[in-house]
Design a protein around this ligand. Structure first.
Ligand code: C5P
Length: 228
């Protein structure tokens, strides 16, 4: 395992299916960093909205968000919502359809961002999502923006659904992620955008390992973070 010196924060943003989660998890394993899947937190909150049949802007939902406990286990593989394992439930098509509407509510984002910054203060971290390079960790040591064509991203998501035995067509997945891209990029609060100081990586024709190696090379070549 490569080691990097002192506390380091790596932030990655990008649209659904750009490879952020898989890449960040592998970099975390290789460099011994904490992995923060920020989208999982918005997904967990969406589970609260669906279960309670609450509208995204309802005061009840905000109260539940303020009171809930979201925890990660196994370096991000398992997510607990009020001690219940919701790791599978947060990945369902129903949550996919709803999550961007929940995530656009500023008061909800405020709560989630506070939580993310607390986690970030605990040590070296690699965090990924939509506003990690711009809002959550604007002073991150390294910033990356991962992107890929919408068709390639839809194919990757379809493969994930197949592995989970979820019946869905490529066209439906493509429509869902295009809709989510549009909502995430055009919302008034913390929209998905490329930070001025982020390194942009088009992953369309790259393997996961190529992107992982690229990020590790950038982090390791920086003398200030390499272990002496
Ligand atoms: O990354 P993932 O696809 O799991 O994120 C699900 C949704 O959560 C995104 O489409 C977006 O609406 C929201 N999100 C966000 N800010 C983040 C991470 C995710 O608004 N930092």
């Amino acid at each position: 395992m490569k080691k990097i010196r002192s506390q380091v924060t790596i932030a990655i943003d990008g649209p659904a299916g750009s490879g952020k989660s898989t890449v960040a998890r592998r970099v975390a394993e290789k460099l011994g960093l904490l992995y923060l899947d920020s989208g999982a937190m918005y997904r967990a909150v969406t589970v609260l909205a669906i279960r309670g049949e609450l509208t995204t802007d309802s005061p009840e939902l905000l109260e539940q968000v303020k009171a809930c406990h979201i925890q990660f286990k196994d370096n991000g593989k398992t997510i607990l919502l009020n001690a219940e394992d919701v790791s599978h439930q947060i990945r369902t098509p129903a949550v996919n359809r709803r999550v961007a509407d929940v995530a656009k509510i500023p008061e909800i984002r405020h709560e989630i961002v506070k939580h993310q910054q607390r986690i970030g203060g605990e040590g070296s971290i690699i965090a990924e999502g939509r506003d990690l390079t711009t809002i959550v960790f604007p002073n991150a040591d390294f910033k990356f923006y991962l992107d890929a064509s919408v068709t390639e991203r839809a194919k990757r998501r379809l493969a994930e659904f197949r592995r989970q035995n979820v019946e869905i067509t490529l066209a439906a997945v493509e429509a869902e992620i295009s809709d989510r891209d549009e909502k995430d990029k055009t919302r008034a609060h913390s929209p998905l955008r490329t930070a001025d100081d982020a390194i942009v990586v088009d992953t369309t024709d790259k393997t996961i390992n190529e992107v992982v190696d690229f990020i590790i090379a950038r982090v390791s070549e920086d003398k200030s973070t390499s272990e002496k």
